[in-house]
Design a protein around this ligand. Structure first.
Ligand code: G3P
Ligand code: CA
Length: 389
């Protein structure tokens, strides 16, 4: 079973040893109003305000990463052409301070660096957000060096077809993506929405490569630092979003939330004892609303799974977040059985597609405002079904 590499946090992607099928029956739960009835969004969110986006908003997770190697211009283009309202970027820095789009600074699994003899000596072990990782890291490469690498599929065992595109694209800089979005916007007659995540901000600040000032500068240069500039900013670290606010970056901000018992890494470093469980109480959410407009919870915080990986009753998180004035962009929906709750798996092949439309319907019914998905086309169809009612 494939494992997603997530330094500093939970490893996910693949928990299903034995797969089952069936339909989930949800209890009353939080009793949230339908997102479609609550949402004011329409069109492409052309005003630049997130309140004008279609609801539930389809966020292309790492682009169209279900079909193309993630965080490449090919992946972003696929997402834009196939139903995503918003395209996601994760950003990390190079040694010479350029922001590049990678899910983590360890580029072993998503580039061909391991096969490049000229970089063999750069292999090393680092502790990132408390977890040791051995491999090659963006902060040890200049941009010129990084640009000699080629991107590849992260989970070839699950997404074998995507390896067709291995080697086709470079690692893009955030600036290249901002230019691409401008160009696509001109072609389409409306600006393109982006959802940019600062990765490991405390780790990089300690390494002398603070992310936020660099990001603020780029956003200003490309007219994306205002409240209505078609751009969300996200982070697992509250301190990163707060710093962006202090830098005068007014884009809507989304605080990402991992499992209940975890703590944002900046809390760990600052010896702040609060966990995600504390942050999703009404008091915690009120605090979050002081610096962010939304939260991006792990889907299990919306509907927990039982020991057999089946969905249980929705929590009150949607209702509580809305009561605090926060929108919800949970992560991550994927078509393959291995990532779906057991209720929606079909057959026994973990890599086969399950009943993802059933899963979307169930999650949309909780009242979420958007969703990160590797499969933006599926998500867009599910949204259309949901809005039709
Ligand atoms: O940013 C939303 C989602 O991508 C968070 O998880 O680890 O895939 O960045 P991750
Ligand atoms: Ca992300």
């Amino acid at each position: 079973m494939e494992q997603e590499h997530r330094p500093g946090r939970r490893t996910l992607l693949g928990a299903a040893a034995a797969l089952g099928t069936g339909a989930v029956v949800l209890g009353g739960g939080a009793g949230q109003a339908s997102a479609a009835s609550r949402g004011t969004g329409h069109g492409h969110g052309d005003s630049g305000s997130y309140k004008d986006l279609p609801v539930p908003t389809v966020i292309g997770h790492r682009g169209g990463s279900g079909y193309r190697p993630e965080h490449t211009l090919g992946s972003y283009q696929f997402a834009l052409d196939n139903g995503a309202d918003v395209i996601e970027q994760d950003v990390v820095p190079t040694k010479d301070g350029h922001l590049v789009c990678r899910h983590e600074n360890d580029i072993t699994g998503t580039t061909d660096v391991a096969s490049r003899p000229e970089f063999a000596s750069r292999k090393t072990t680092k502790t990132v957000d408390g977890e040791a990782h051995t491999g090659w890291f963006t902060e040890d490469f200049t941009l010129a060096e990084l640009k000699t690498l080629r991107a590849k599929e992260r989970i070839p065992g699950t997404r074998g077809h995507n390896t067709l595109y291995d080697g086709r694209w470079q690692v893009p800089t955030l600036e290249e993506v901002l230019k691409w979005a401008d160009e696509q916007g001109r072609k389409r007659g409306h600006r393109i929405w982006l959802h940019i995540e600062t990765k490991h901000p405390t780790y990089f600040r300690k390494a002398g490569l603070g992310l936020e000032e660099r990001l603020a500068k780029l956003l200003r240069r490309y007219r994306r630092s205002g409240r209505n500039s078609h751009t969300f900013l996200q982070s697992f670290e509250p301190g990163s979003l707060q710093r962006l606010n202090r830098l005068g970056v007014d884009c809507p901000k989304v605080l990402l939330l991992d499992d209940l018992n975890t703590r944002p890494w900046d809390f760990v470093e600052a010896k702040d004892p609060r966990t995600v469980a504390d942050l999703i109480t009404p008091k915690g959410l009120k605090w979050v609303s002081g610096f962010a407009q939304g939260i991006g919870p792990w889907l299990n915080l919306i509907i927990p799974r039982d020991k057999n990986d089946r969905l249980t009753k929705p929590t009150t998180l949607v209702r509580d977040a809305h009561a605090a004035g926060l929108i919800l962009h949970p992560y991550t929906m994927r078509n393959e059985n291995t990532f779906l709750p057991a209720d929606f798996r079909r057959g026994t092949d973990p890599n086969a597609y399950g009943d993802v439309f059933g899963a979307f319907k169930t999650y949309f019914a909780t009242g979420i405002d958007g969703i990160f998905s590797d499969n933006c086309d599926t998500a867009a169809l599910a949204r259309a079904d949901f809005v039709k009612g």
